[in-house]
Design a protein around this ligand. Structure first.
Ligand code: F6R
Length: 270
């Protein structure tokens, strides 16, 4: 009988594989790591700075965090958060904004100081958008950096909205937070939230850069389901290339943990 989670040491970090159909165990594991990071950073410097992700994958993780908060096992009063990305342009009140997503799944469910939650502002005027992205990086630095960054991965290997590109590895690793154009695969996947219409998805987004994400002290990357298997395998075993942004994690593997289900891990070799 298989014992879960399976634990693999790979070029892209430690990989934990959970049984298919058991996202709850995987989410519990991620929530344990987050709670540990919050406690450790709180003890070390009186606050914890978390980088957060949206999308379908982290939803069970947020449920776990909310449950622990309700049980009195996790406090958010010393927690500062920075979200990976936000569509542009979009109102924070739009039901599809990532600000609304975070409000729904976490911020409204826990006692967190509202002005300690940072999500890019999808309403800044075009002329100020680059400055806004640069400011995000400065705020993170001024807060002493990210203690833990939670990531998902796109079918095309994107992390945050750092989309596949033909940049050199060196250039990709230096990418700051900025405005980007969404890749067609990303827009197609996002269409499910926009009534199935890829044309209704905003064409651009603000994203934390690879440099910003990789400066986190610890990275947890989660992927579930067969749709992610190819991106996961290319990221973990493939060449390090900006064409598969997830593969760049191989350059910082000692601080990366992958949390997968069997379906997402299906193309890994060990
Ligand atoms: C979301 C984000 C994206 C998602 C990725 C996977 O903040 O940065 O990189 O993590 O697109 O999305 P899901 O989880 O919906 O498959």
């Amino acid at each position: 009988m298989a014992v879960f989670p399976r634990n693999l040491s790979t070029p892209a970090g430690n990989v934990l594989i959970f049984a298919e159909g058991d996202p709850e165990s995987a989410a519990r594991c991620a929530a344990d790591r987050i709670r540990f990071a919050v406690d450790a950073a709180g003890a070390r410097r009186g606050k914890a700075v978390l980088g957060l992700a949206t999308g379908s994958t982290p939803i069970p993780v947020y449920s776990q965090l909310v449950q622990r908060h309700r049980e009195g096992d996790l406090k958010f009063n010393g927690v500062i958060t920075y979200n990976l990305d936000e569509y542009y342009p979009i109102s924070p009140r739009d039901p599809n904004s990532y600000r609304t997503f975070m409000h729904r799944h976490l911020f409204s469910q826990v006692e967190i100081v509202p002005n300690q939650t940072h999500v890019f502002d999808g309403t800044v005027p075009e002329s100020a958008v680059s400055e806004h992205a640069e400011q995000f990086d400065r705020w993170i630095e001024a807060d002493g950096g990210l203690d833990l960054q939670l990531l998902g991965i796109g079918r095309n290997g994107h992390i945050g909205f750092n989309e596949p590109s033909d940049l050199s590895v060196e250039q990709a690793l230096a990418l700051p937070s900025r405005i980007i154009s969404l890749h067609p695969v990303t827009a197609a996947d996002a269409a499910r939230d926009f009534g199935g219409d890829a044309n209704a998805v905003p064409k651009r987004a603000l994203t934390m850069g690879i440099k910003t994400i990789f400066s986190a002290r610890e990275i947890l990357i989660i992927a579930f389901g067969p749709n992610k298997a190819e991106a996961v395998a290319k990221s973990i075993h493939g060449p390090v290339t900006a064409e598969v942004p997830g593969s760049l994690l191989q350059t910082i593997s000692s601080k990366v943990t992958w949390i997968l289900d069997e379906a997402a891990a299906d193309l890994l070799s060990w």
